[in-house]
Design a protein around this ligand. Structure first.
Ligand code: PLP
Length: 368
């Protein structure tokens, strides 16, 4: 067990915190208590909701007795942002809901094709419902679009691409992804998961949403869970052709929640807030890079709220060793990545705990 020197961790975390938040201090995060466990296994954004979203959440209490019956306001706002009509926008309870329902429904006509490693929660959901998933390995840590094209057969019912990819954080070349989606979607629908879209250096220039505008069977999945800091309020959305939007609504079992809906409306496109959240997340990523370098570990530069790290040791053993020190990380099942762990951005205090625990865990687990 790591015997945490509570004071030293709080001191280093608060030093880091003040350095990190220079210029981007969030009003609701002045004090950061030392957590019992560091939750680096998830990819949330502890920067939290925007000030406008916080006000909207508190202000929606009178609506709590009622269902959200009319989603038009948020669908229209998203549509305006994307230059799309309302019938090309659907809301979902987190993007995972849309991804799971559509993957299962579309995929059952054959199989789903996806890169590996990638975000696979919805693919596992579809598999549990009898849908086959075929994986195409990455090449040089990037989704191999050529190999994915070659792997398409008449039985391929759906192609899934995550950009930037989780867990590698790698972003595809925009023109190559556009060409891939344009060609493939002529015969097979393509889901492009843009969960980390707002973090991209030129987000509007990197999205494949224009293909939805031009009528391609491309489903863009986005979420308010990540950069908007609303994971607990479960609001996501898709941009897609009207029949896909109707398909998703026909599969959806329940309506949106009032607090999530109000918070999403209040925060969408709030540039000032987004700039602060992005600066916070970029600094957290830098902390992880620094910790890796200090410990001689290689890692991939990331465009997401996580960093993929090569520990040089069996990842499952590293996961166990870190858990003994109250640090949770995530391991992805993928051949060729058996020594890699994904470290989520989390809070500076949690990352400071990771910085203290990592060298101990590295000593405890023999190299492969
Ligand atoms: C790539 C990617 N897509 C989708 C999701 C689902 O997020 P949510 O359902 O909260 O929108 C996640 C969450 O980790 C993710 O990493």
């Amino acid at each position: 067990m790591l015997h945490l020197n509570r004071r030293s961790i709080i001191q280093s975390a608060s030093l880091l915190t003040s350095a990190l938040w220079a210029g981007v201090v969030h009003p609701a995060r002045a004090e950061e208590p030392l957590p019992a466990r560091a939750r680096l296994n998830v990819t949330e954004n502890p920067f939290g909701p925007s000030p406008a979203a916080r006000t909207a959440i508190a202000g929606c209490v009178p609506q709590a007795p009622y269902y959200v019956e009319d989603e038009h306001l948020l669908r229209d706002r998203i549509g305006q942002q994307e230059n799309l009509e309302r019938d090309k926008v659907a809301l979902s309870n987190g993007s995972l809901d849309a991804l799971s329902l559509l993957s299962t429904d579309i995929g059952r006509a054959g199989h789903i094709l996806a890169p590996q490693p990638t975000y696979a929660t919805h693919l596992n959901y579809a598999q549990r419902r009898g849908v086959a998933v075929r994986y195409v390995p990455l090449t040089a840590h990037a989704i191999d679009l050529q190999a994915m094209r070659r792997a398409i057969t008449p039985q391929t019912a759906l192609v899934y691409v995550c950009n930037p990819n989780n867990p590698t954080g790698h972003m595809l070349r925009h023109q190559e992804l556009l060409a891939f989606c344009r060609d493939v979607s002529k015969t097979v629908p393509v889901i492009v998961d843009e969960a980390y879209f707002e973090l991209l250096p030129d987000a509007n220039g990197m999205t494949v949403a224009p293909l939805v505008h031009s009528g391609h069977d491309v489903i863009v999945a986005r979420t308010f869970s990540k950069v908007y800091g609303l994971a607990g309020l479960r609001i996501g959305y898709i941009l897609a052709q009207p029949p896909r939007v109707r398909q998703l609504y026909s599969l959806t079992t329940t309506s949106r929640n009032q607090a999530g809906f109000a918070a999403a409306v209040a925060s969408l496109g709030d540039r000032h807030y987004l700039d602060g959240a992005i600066a916070y997340l970029e600094n957290c990523r830098q902390m992880i890079y620094d910790i890796c370098e200090k410990n001689g570990l290689s890692y991939l530069k990331s465009h997401g709220t996580f960093v993929y790290v090569n520990t040089g040791r069996p990842a499952r053993l590293m996961e166990q060793a870190l858990a003994q020190h109250n640090i949770d990380i995530r391991v992805f099942e993928a051949p060729a990545y058996e020594t890699w762990i994904r470290v989520g951005t989390a809070t500076p205090a949690e990352l400071a705990m990771f910085g203290h625990a990592l060298p101990l865990a590295l000593k405890e687990v023999p190299k492969t």
